[in-house]
Ligand binder design. Structure first.
Ligand SMILES: Cc1ncc(COP(=O)(O)O)c(C=O)c1O
Length: 435
């Protein structure tokens, strides 16, 4: 039998050792598709095994198949950090195993969720009084907001930019709604003069920190067009939203106070492990109309005076995600979050300077936060091959984008353990493999 007292220390030791040595492991898993599955038994064991066997196979079987998002040279997609307070809080949340289907099944989880969303709203400079709750991912948050927008407007068109995240496209497809893509300017920002007729639009999805370049759409102008057309404005700040904890980045949130809904992923830059996507709205009643469905077995006498967050989104059973975010906010504070953001932005600036100063390389988009889009001068094929080589080296992991029809490399800083030495090494690996 597994017991927390007997097996817990070994599991905690594994976690602590992992974080100490992750920087020595190859960032990108060096396995072929199917390789991990082939190493695992095809059926579950008949009799229970000791937990030590699970830990052993985590090392021997699974570890080679893990791409290390916690690696200091993880620079692909948007880096994310699982900080130690949040890791411990995840353990405790799983221990309590609160399921917030209704307020009375999880009063503390429900009320803490409201409190931490208020705290983060305050940290990011959002207006007071918005309703906030947690969804699993930004994809779900955006889907949820679009459903509320459709409910509120009775319309079936989603308008977004050609640089927006594919979550908007996916939501349109799942909901059977129409989608219109607005062109961008030469800095990859949505062009408000190209929004077109919004009279049939349920929602405009604008982005603060687009996925490829982290460009910032001109929210004030878009908000004005939405207000005139009676169209819902959803702002996707999944990555960049956390940066608003620093006053020097707040320019990017100008006009967001006029949004109908907003998503920021705590599981991107806010030191919180996946999944934890923060969704706010100033129109909670539209969410409630879209999602509230209380069958007889869920009726409770306290419903009048209490808030059940399952009435504001797709899921009935909601886990205690607020606990890990609460732990992060308390253990880092505003100052700790600011320091984390500033370090990432500073390192990105450093990397950008090296690329700019090196003949034969170019920066391909204005850098707004901690992501640099760059390339070797010359054909796409050269850059594609370079990306494959640096990722295969195991020393670092980057991703790519296509901008203005050209293939570019994309280095995203955000992992809390990344140092200047790691960024310098990444630049050395890139130059070595390019040569
Ligand atoms: C701007 C933006 N929106 C949404 C998403 C989707 O996030 P999630 O994986 O939480 O669904 C991403 C993912 O990187 C993103 O960059």
């Amino acid at each position: 039998m597994t017991s927390l007292r007997d097996d817990g220390p070994a599991a905690l030791e594994w976690a602590a050792r992992y974080l100490e040595r992750v920087g020595e492991l190859p960032v990108l898993a060096q396995v072929k598709p199917g390789e991990i599955r082939a190493r695992l038994p095809t059926t579950a064991p008949e009799a229970g095994e000791p937990f030590s066997a699970v830990l052993r196979d985590l090392d021997e079987v699974l570890l080679p198949g893990i791409t290390h998002w916690q690696h200091p040279r993880y620079f692909a997609y948007f880096a994310t950090s699982s900080s130690e307070p949040a890791i411990l809080a995840e353990l405790l949340a799983a221990t309590v195993n609160s399921v917030a289907i209704l307020w009375r099944t999880a009063p503390a989880s429900t009320e803490l969720e409201g409190v931490v969303l208020d705290w983060v709203a305050d940290l990011l400079g959002l207006p007071g009084g918005w309703h906030g709750h947690i969804e699993d991912t930004a994809s779900t948050s955006t889907l949820t907001a679009i459903i509320a927008a459709r409910e509120a407007t009775g319309r079936d068109l989603i308008v977004t930019s050609e640089q927006a995240h594919s979550a908007a496209d996916k939501a349109a497809r799942m909901l059977g709604m129409r989608l219109r893509k607005v062109p961008c300017d030469d800095e990859f920002r949505m062009r408000p003069d190209q929004l077109g007729d919004l009279s049939e639009a349920a929602a405009v999805v604008a982005t603060v920190g687009t996925t490829a370049t982290t460009s910032v759409d001109p929210i004030p102008a878009i908000a004005e067009e939405c207000a005139q057309a009676g169209t819902w404005l959803h702002v996707d700040a999944a990555y960049a939203g956390t940066a608003m904890v620093c006053p020097e980045h707040r320019w990017a949130f100008a006009g967001v106070d006029r949004a109908d809904s907003l998503v920021v992923n705590a599981h991107k830059w806010m030191l919180t492990p996946v999944d934890c996507s923060l969704l706010w709205t100033r129109r909670p009643q539209d969410f409630r109309r879209a999602f509230s469905l209380i069958p007889e077995f869920l009726r409770t006498p306290d419903a009048e005076d209490s808030l059940s967050l399952s009435e504001y989104g797709p899921a009935l059973g909601r886990r205690f995600r607020a606990l890990k975010l609460w732990a992060v906010l308390r253990c880092f504070g505003r100052a700790g979050l600011q320091a984390h953001i500033r370090r990432g932005v500073e390192l990105a600036g450093q990397f950008e300077r090296w690329v700019t100063e090196e003949p034969g390389w170019e920066v391909c988009a204005p850098r707004r936060f901690s992501v640099i889009c760059f390339r070797l001068e010359g054909p796409d094929e050269r850059n594609r091959a370079l990306l494959e080589r640096v990722n295969a080296s195991g020393e670092m992991f980057i991703s790519q984008a296509v901008l203005d029809g050209r293939y570019v490399l994309r280095l995203a800083i955000g992992q809390m353990s990344t140092t200047e030495e790691d960024v310098r090494r990444a630049w050395e690996v890139l130059r070595r493999e390019a040569g």
